[in-house]
Design a protein around this ligand. Structure first.
Ligand code: MLC
Ligand code: AMP
Length: 502
């Protein structure tokens, strides 16, 4: 029986292609669609053995592997809530999220997940970066539990942490209905079918890899060709086997740097998709010149999954724009009083739709700040619509850096650095970077001449995942400030904007 559980929908749509490979890992078939329910069922039985019940949170901190996917589907099939984390997080970052989410089980890789402080009571089991570990070992010995817990569309499926402008992470609560509506909209807009073969090398712990790439494969019953991570040479070698590729702009910049990336290498592809960060028009043009393909750019957020997309027809894809609202989604551009602005005028982007999450976990104030009673959500992005309704993102009203597709909230790093002995004041800001789009930079003023930079670098290394660490730290005599004493980050961005210029 098909229920509101996303897993039931996936399995029902795969039922008549039992012999087709569901997941290929580094080129080898791992299981067919007919075998997938058994792999998920064994994992479900293992989770039940570990005490996971409907409504529990299950946190996962590990890298891409087929077992990541089986675990994900098994958590949903159990009626539990999947809470993934960036695999690069330090123990300190993990501890903060574990404290907030209070999971029934923490699944983590053995190499890096040293036991987080203050969460010793949390049950835990290993799933390593290479897919091995105590959890898959346990699953392998289980009789599969083929049951899929019936869920309402309004029941929670996934909680994804996003840091936010206060520097304190907030868990965006996504329901089965949010995720189902979004994958349906993308399936239709991007004309997916079971004939598709998808190359997947995005991290599975974020919205892009999980809700867009993985869900489209499972919903379309299209084979997923998985890689542990993006690697330009590996991607070029695999491209000839697939019809769809998607990634963050850094993937496209890196592909273009390779002389092996030719028109021939892309001849089997019907669709290249980019998102999570702005795709520079220069990259769009260089890509078209090299391959003849116009990359389809779309716009999304953790809280909303996908919001807008450029049209499927290649000629309709306009560089520098993110296209039209997806079916069922409404986008408004508003002024500071939330009055809708006419075409061409820049304002805050708001959205509403069945894809909008149910709010932030245990954060009523933060929820009230961004989720309006009329159903609209404040994205924190600014932009405008043209006369046809096509959306262009102009900037961000939130203080956010997007580096290689990962969000870095300056407030989080500023809070950490401000506590380092000898630091007087600190500002974290982004500057253009040829590979990551933006790079994280920090500037500080110090209280005395004997400031210990090495000690500060140790704090950074111990407490922050690599992608959040400032690529450079400047020690200033004084900050540029406005009349109110506020640090002028724009001036700092201007001063250091050519730091990585090629
Ligand atoms: C790695 N490093 C980064 C970084 N990734 N630094 C800044 N920004 C990043 N994104 C660090 C490494 O630790 C290393 O440090 C150095 O930079 C160079 O590493 P690399 O080997 O070049 O990096 P690599 O491992 O290849 O990773 C780069 C990447 C990865 C682009 C493949 O960052 C990636 O997969 N990004 C995708 C992010 C994503 O999926 N975002 C979607 C979010 S969902 P050192 O010191 O060791 O040299 C979302 C919603 C939506 O936003 O709309 O989709
Ligand atoms: P996250 O919180 O990781 O989900 O990131 C969401 C943010 O990424 C959005 O609010 C945008 O600022 C940004 N983003 C996503 N897609 C695009 C895009 N195509 N162009 C510009 N910014 C984007």
């Amino acid at each position: 029986m098909t229920t509101g559980n996303l897993v039931s929908t996936f399995f029902a749509r795969q039922a008549d292609v039992p012999t087709k490979p569901a997941i290929l890992w580094e080129g080898e078939s791992v299981c067919t669609f007919g075998e997938l329910p058994e792999r998920v069922g064994q994992m479900r039985a293992a989770l039940a053995h570990l005490g996971v019940r409907r409504g529990d949170r299950v946190m996962v901190k590990t890298g891409n592997s087929p077992n990541f996917i089986f675990t994900y589907l098994a958590v949903l099939a159990s009626g539990a809530i999947f809470v993934p984390m960036n695999a690069a997080y330090t123990a300190a970052e993990v501890a903060l999220l574990v404290e907030d989410a209070e999971p029934a089980l923490l699944i983590h890789d053995a190499e890096t997940a040293v036991p987080p402080k203050g969460s010793d009571a949390v049950a835990r089991i290993t799933l390593n970066m290479d897919g091995s570990g105590a959890l898959p070992d346990l699953a392998a010995g289980q009789q599969p539990d083929f049951g899929v817990e019936p869920m309402a569309l309004s029941d929670l499926a996934v909680m994804l942490f996003t840091s936010g402008t206060t520097g304190r992470p907030k868990g965006a609560m996504l329901t089965h209905g949010n995720l189902l509506s979004n994958v349906e909209a993308l399936y239709e807009t991007w004309r997916f079918s079971r004939e598709d073969e998808i190359l997947h090398c995005l991290p599975l712990f974020h919205a892009h890899g999980l809700f867009v790439c993985l869900h489209l494969g499972l919903y379309s019953a299209a084979s997923l060709h998985m890689l542990p991570k993006f690697d330009a040479a590996r991607v070029i070698a695999e491209l000839g086997k697939v019809s769809v590729f998607m990634g963050v702009p850094t993937f496209y910049t890196r592909l273009l740097e390779s002389p092996e990336f030719t028109k021939d290498a892309t001849s089997s592809i019907r669709l290249f998709i980019s998102g999570s960060a702005p795709l520079l028009p220069s990259v769009f043009s260089a890509f078209e010149a090299r391959t003849g393909h116009r990359i389809l750019e779309r716009y999304g957020m953790t809280e909303t999954a996908m919001i807008t997309s450029n049209p499927y027809e290649q000629v309709g894809r306009i560089p520098g724009t993110v296209g039209f609202p997806l079916p069922g989604v409404t986008v408004r551009i508003v002024d500071a009083d939330r009055r809708e602005l006419p075409a061409g005028e820049v304002g805050e982007i708001e959205m509403a739709g069945p894809n909008l999450c149910a709010g932030y976990w245990r954060r009523p104030e933060a929820t009230a700040e961004s989720f309006y009673a009329d159903g609209f959500f404040r994205t924190g992005d600014t932009g405008f619509k043209d006369a046809e309704g096509r959306v262009t993102i102009a900037g961000r009203s939130k203080d956010l850096i997007i580096s290689g597709g990962y969000n870095v909230y300056p407030a989080e790093i500023e809070m950490l650095l401000a506590d380092v002995p000898g630091v007087q004041d600190v500002a974290v800001f982004g500057v253009p970077h040829p590979d990551f789009g933006e790079a994280v930079m920090a500037a500080i003023t110090t209280e005395g001449t004997a400031f210990d930079m090495a000690a500060m670098q140790t704090v950074i290394a111990e407490r922050l995942a690599k992608f959040k660490q400032p690529k450079q730290v400047f020690v200033l005599d004084a900050f540029p400030r406005n009349a109110m004493g506020k640090i002028l980050k724009n001036e700092l961005r201007g001063r250091y904007r050519d730091s990585f210029a090629r």
